[in-house]
Design a protein around this ligand. Sequence first.
Ligand code: AMP
Length: 284
Amino acid sequence: MKRIATIAEMKAACRQGTRNGKTLGFVPTMGALHEGHLSLVRASKARCDVTAVSIFVNPLQFGPAEDLDKYPRTMERDTALLEQLGADLLFTPGVEEMYPPGAQTYVLVEGLSNKLDGASRPGHFRGVATVVAKLFEVVRPDFAFFGQKDAAQVAVLRKLVNDLDMDVEVVVCPIVREKDGLAMSSRNAYLTSEQRQQATVLYRSLLRVQAAVDHGERDSAKLIEIGKQVIANETGAKLDYFAIVDRDTLELVADVSCGALVAVAAYIGSTRLIDNILVTASSR
Ligand code: AMP
């Protein structure tokens, strides 16, 4: 695996990698890699001739009161894991490389960027769309792999790719969970052992909603109440949002008969966690 820190070298390595019509898969991450990230790398390896991964903790997607400074950084361990998995290229630019002084261009997917996590984290999806647009231009992947874990991010990035006619196929991979259901996240490292137990409430709330759908409930308002109640019963958790929306537009849907994204965000202590499931009417 080749580790590269500059845009010029990464461009050259990616163009070189795709000569003779080879396909290039790309997995953008912020590092502190876990099985969720690694599942994306495996998916890319299975589908593409060459796999590139980036590790960049993108300051643009963190709010002023958020955890940019304390975000876990485990570069040596990450590098070893990616090496083991057989990734071909690892891009690890510094902040100045990605945002040199004087950079003034941002990418904003309007509308979608203010929904779900975008509502709670103003500017977050502008940061995400900007860095992903830049990374796509550097790497020019044929396929880009993202996790369903960040469902709103998937909606924003699909729209970005569609609206800007980008020649990349967005591939969405399932959420990888711990044995007790907690969605894997780099932020789980912040949790104390007590909070780690409490954190399972997000998935429990989603399972309760799924069970209600399985029993025939279709009304989103009622399903949201059911989910919120599960969160309210966990003393260590504070709800941010519980929403039932269209997976593409992120608009609220009144009922789940045509399928819907059920998404939750909650604070466990000061750690904000998210999770979601897709429910389908056929789940009855
Ligand atoms: P991050 O490093 O948090 O920016 O995540 C990088 C990519 O990994 C994103 O596409 C995430 O959606 C994905 N990802 C994070 N956690 C998981 C998980 N538990 N299962 C599947 N994908 C994940």
